[in-house]
Design a protein around this ligand. Structure first.
Ligand SMILES: Nc1ncnc2c1ncn2[C@@H]1O[C@H](COP(=O)(O)OP(=O)(O)OP(=O)(O)O)[C@@H](O)[C@H]1O
Length: 238
């Protein structure tokens, strides 16, 4: 999927300007960028939820899954039913396996109101995995989870993605998530949002560890880019 020259304004605010971004087939593309720069807007345009003012989308996928920042579960359905509903052909074994992967095995008959925020989000992640989309868009899906659980979910995502081999676009504020997951990390800038830097990582995901020398180098580079952006935006608003 390619975004070419995408522009989007909300009233007088120009959010995206001439944005070019490629999501490679069967790869994980991570998107990092300052708060409010337009990351969710990019995903919403990819999903067809909002229309750009200009530019084109090429090779768009028909079957797109989306994990939003909030869980969006059906309150009258149980954990099991919420996962099953998006793919009625999924076997009981498959749904139960997904429930296990996200660590909700003792909660499959509970309703969303009986779960914590993090558990609800894990249920919505299992639901997205069950949907078997050609392209999965994930908007800070692990935001409500603590660090250990987040790293565990990153590893589960890698395992499932290996089996399933689709394209994933993963928006995050967490550099460690991006360097564990991304074949490509796209850093966006703010005001208006455009591609600042692209970092490719060639180490296969299942061989990555946060103390790899190459990944430590990538982390340092990303920290520098993001803190430079922060300084520039403080300077602009001063
Ligand atoms: N429907 C909308 N109407 C008006 N303004 C909007 C709308 N959606 C987004 N915006 C504005 O567009 C800008 C980018 O928002 P967006 O949510 O895409 O950023 P983001 O990078 O995902 O933010 P965060 O990192 O905080 O989640 C913000 O200034 C936001 O207020």
């Amino acid at each position: 999927m390619r975004m070419e020259g995408i522009c989007k304004s909300f009233e007088e605010i120009k959010v995206l300007h001439n944005l070019n971004l490629t999501v490679d087939e069967k790869e994980i593309t991570c998107i990092l960028g300052p708060s409010g720069c337009g990351k969710s807007t990019v995903l919403n345009i990819m999903a067809g939820i909002i229309k750009p003012d200009g530019g084109v989308l090429k090779d768009n996928k028909n079957k797109v899954g989306y994990v939003f920042q909030e869980d969006r579960l059906l309150p009258w359905k149980t954990v099991y039913e919420n996962i099953k509903i998006v793919n009625k052909k999924a076997t009981d074994l498959k749904v139960k396996n997904l429930v296990n992967i996200v660590g909700l095995n003792n909660f499959e008959n509970k309703y969303p109101a009986q779960l914590s925020g993090g558990m609800r989000q894990r249920c919505s992640i299992a639901r997205a995995f069950n949907f078997e989309s050609e392209m999965l868009l994930m908007d800070e899906p692990f935001k409500s989870l603590d660090y250990d659980l987040r790293i565990k979910m990153v590893k589960s995502l890698i395992d499932i993605w290996h089996k399933w081999n689709n394209s994933v676009v993963f928006v995050t504020h967490e550099i460690d998530e991006a360097i564990l997951l991304g074949n490509k990390i796209v850093v966006l800038s703010k005001n208006p949002c455009t591609v600042d830097t692209i970092v490719n990582i060639n180490i296969p995901q299942h061989l990555r560890s946060l103390d790899d020398r190459e990944l430590i180098g990538v982390r340092t580079r990303l920290i520098k880019i993001l803190s430079k952006q922060k300084k520039e935006s403080t300077f602009k608003s001063a």
